[in-house]
Write a protein that binds this ligand. Sequence first.
Ligand SMILES: Nc1ncnc2c1ncn2[C@@H]1O[C@H](COP(=O)(O)OP(=O)(O)O)[C@@H](O)[C@H]1O
Ligand SMILES: [Mg+2]
Length: 304
Amino acid sequence: MKPQSSKFKPRNTHLPDFHNDFQLFDDKNQTFFPHETGLSFYCSILYQICQEENIDFVLLSDDWLIKLTQNHQNRYIFGYKFGINDQTAGQIADDKYATYDALRHVNIPIIEHAVCYDKTNKKPYAKNRNTASYVAEYLHAHADHIVLKPSAGTCGQGVQQITRELEIPYALEKIFHQSFSAVMCPFYHILAEYRIVILDNLPRLIYKKTPTANQWKFNLKTGALAEDVQDEDLKQKITQIAIAAAQTLNLRFCSVDIIETTAHDFLIMEVNSGVMIRRFLKQHPEKYPLVKQIYRDAILKMFV
Ligand SMILES: Nc1ncnc2c1ncn2[C@@H]1O[C@H](COP(=O)(O)OP(=O)(O)O)[C@@H](O)[C@H]1O
Ligand SMILES: [Mg+2]
């Protein structure tokens, strides 16, 4: 029986929007076509894998939740998060400041972060770090050019450059609609951003992201282009950093974004415990077998 896709809109607007993408990849013809089950492109890949591996596949919770069953054992995929990572590890990756602190603690290179809280947060830990003037101080200490972003964010949403004090209150307001805390970072001049997908300490996919003209964010969602990385030394260098980060955070399946600055420093931008490869695949349909194999291995590992 084919799984039924929910007719309702996703209820959690903070999750990525794979629901908009009702397409299926045709293995034989190497093209995309509308999926007759109405499943999103992403869900349809997982569905195909489960059919091939004899795993029951049920969509729940407006399709955000996928229940997989084999030999009376249940496993779940929630959005892009596979039930293979330790829950605490996933929570650290979901919090940019916690990720920064955990990696910096063991000297893994990561861009500088400082945390700030909403002005309504009067808890002791937020003291002196819940005001616009605190952010202004950070701005002036960092050449009047910083980036403010939600500590729990994705796809570039709410990520804002700040160069003037008067931009701060609006930027904070926007962030605190979607996140409990915010992070401030100095602005880095980025030459390239690389994404490395790690599964059990092995690099499974590496690509370079380049923004299109008049974009400054290196997110594929905001129009960045993905391309292969050919340089083996470079691959080795970024892979080492990515594996060290995954090991430190205790993440089995994750993606690590690493920037190369104009000064040729390599620094982690962020770590994601959800592995989203859909937009990459749209740009590179020839990688479909590889991506499917990565997801297949992650699913099979959930049942080991
Ligand atoms: N401190 C920074 N300096 C320069 N660019 C940044 C900085 N922080 C974020 N960016 C840009 O914004 C993009 C999105 O930021 P990121 O921290 O990855 O958040 P998200 O989780 O929303 O993708 C990055 O890929 C990068 O291109
Ligand atoms: Mg990012």
